[in-house]
Unconditional design. Structure first.
Length: 155
């Protein structure tokens, strides 16, 4: 299994379950849209999708939160673009990318548990959390499927 996650050569030879490629493409598209939205509509995303009450912060505090959200959006876009490259040219990296995205999402959730942020109670914030948990579920399923042998996959 470790040879699947960390292959000796990054090439376009993929030996996992085919469904994992489609799930990965969907996750990459979702990450790309979330990152782009965080860069373009930073204030709206922070207040609605994440429920951060920027109107209760001072001007400097709100500006700092907005800047950090935009930077996080840039990181998401760059990681998603790396995922596009993996889909096009380096499919042997798909299990590794699943692992990397899982660490990113689970680590983010863990850090938010350790450093909680007061939420505004906006109902769209719950929808944003549900969206992220759906991505985590897709990542877990895709990771397992990407490490399976083709012989074990149906069809």
């Amino acid at each position: 299994m470790l040879n699947r996650i960390f292959p000796k050569h990054f090439n376009n030879t993929y030996s996992g379950h085919r469904l994992a490629i489609w799930l990965f493409a969907l996750v990459v598209l979702m990450e790309l849209s979330m990152g782009t939205n965080s860069i373009i509509n930073t204030r709206t995303v922070a207040m609605s999708a994440d429920g951060i009450p920027l109107d209760r912060y001072g001007a400097g505090g709100a500006d700092a939160v907005i800047a950090l959200f935009a930077i996080a959006g840039l990181f998401r876009v760059l990681l998603a673009l790396q995922g596009v490259l993996v889909l096009i040219r380096y499919r042997a990296m798909i299990p590794f990318m699943y692992l990397l995205l899982l660490i990113l999402h689970l680590g983010s959730k863990a850090l938010l548990l350790l450093n909680p942020v007061a939420k505004s109670g906006v109902s769209t914030a719950q929808l944003g959390s549900a969206f992220v948990f759906a991505i985590i579920g897709m990542l877990l399923i895709g990771f397992v499927l990407s490490t399976l042998n083709k012989a074990n996959s149906p069809g």
